[in-house]
Write a protein that binds this ligand. Sequence first.
Ligand code: PLP
Length: 397
Amino acid sequence: MSPAQLPHIYFDNAATTPLDPRVVAAMQPFLGGSFGNPSSLHWAGRQARAAVDTARAQVAELLNAQADEVVFTASGTEADNMALIGVAEKFPADECHIVTSAIEHPAVLESLHWLERRGVQVTCVNPNADGIVEPASLLDALRPTTRLVSIMAANNVIGTVQPIAELARISRAHGALFHTDAVQAAGKIPLDVSRTPIDLLSLSGHKLYGPKGVGALYVRKGVTIEAIIRGGGQERGLRSATENVAGIVALGCASDLARQEMADDASRLVQLRERLLEEIGRRIPNAYLIGHRYRRLPGHICLGFAGQEGEAIKLLLELDELGIAVSSGSACSAQHGGEPSHVLMALGIEPVRARGSLRVTLGRFNTAAEVERLLEVLPIAVAGLRRISSGVPASAA
Ligand code: PLP
């Protein structure tokens, strides 16, 4: 069979998820006849305003928040920038210390580097070898001037889920605000801001079966941040710009579906993930899981293959030839010339091994048959690469 005839299998749901057809149907009217500007007072504007209000309530319900605590943004990246810069701008730079982790997404780390260049002090705590940020590490990093702690809910490279409830409680007790980048976690694992002292939370449409280019920032009532985008005062003055109504409606619908289907999706994905892990362990000698064995997103695995210390990109391309989409580390690091992922380096993994890692992320639309197909071809692909990897005898594969 030529590659074109092979069925396509998508195992890169951490990079982006396919659009749920129900989300497409919900947004469709707002790409056509329902075109109004939510700020307009006439019928067209009122129609758009009502749709944005409904979506706001749907996103809030996913987080157990109140609707007026949700600010729509153009992406998860923008929500992260808005939270970090928005809090820092409230303080003189030399009285502002922020704690984060070494495994955050660049949307967080680059915002903090920018703030550092303006005099804000930043402490980056390392996770343990399993990729977990330990509460004791946060306690060590806190200072009297710590205004904000930003720790992601789940990691995009290794899939580990952080103990954010405990980290948030420690931050609150210290008098610091707590932000979590929940772009990978939202819709996949329960997040409840009514029971957890999270002050700010970022999420993104295209990671929960909605479209790209829309996200949201949860801002707890009473928490004030400085706007980073100024203009007509939309989104309570926190994010000026005429609203992306179709995207917002889609994010609302995607959030609603995630809230209703999260438990079923998660238990199905955990089963598929465990099947993959058990069989890979059996069929591929020296394959190992990176990140905590159980404290991870339902459909997320990151694998290393001892003896195949070449570039994971070769494995990725070989699977791609067969119509199977996976990732090496993270889609973002692919843009940085194949540099080993900073997440894997923070775990203490040597660069050569970090380059050999493979990320397989399952999602709502993956089937058991697709998992079996990967289990058929992955051992063959790894064995082939091991034979050509430097210094490893073919027998070791
Ligand atoms: N944060 C995390 C953990 C992510 O995985 C991503 C996207 O990969 C982002 C932030 C950025 O989200 P967006 O692509 O919506 O800007």
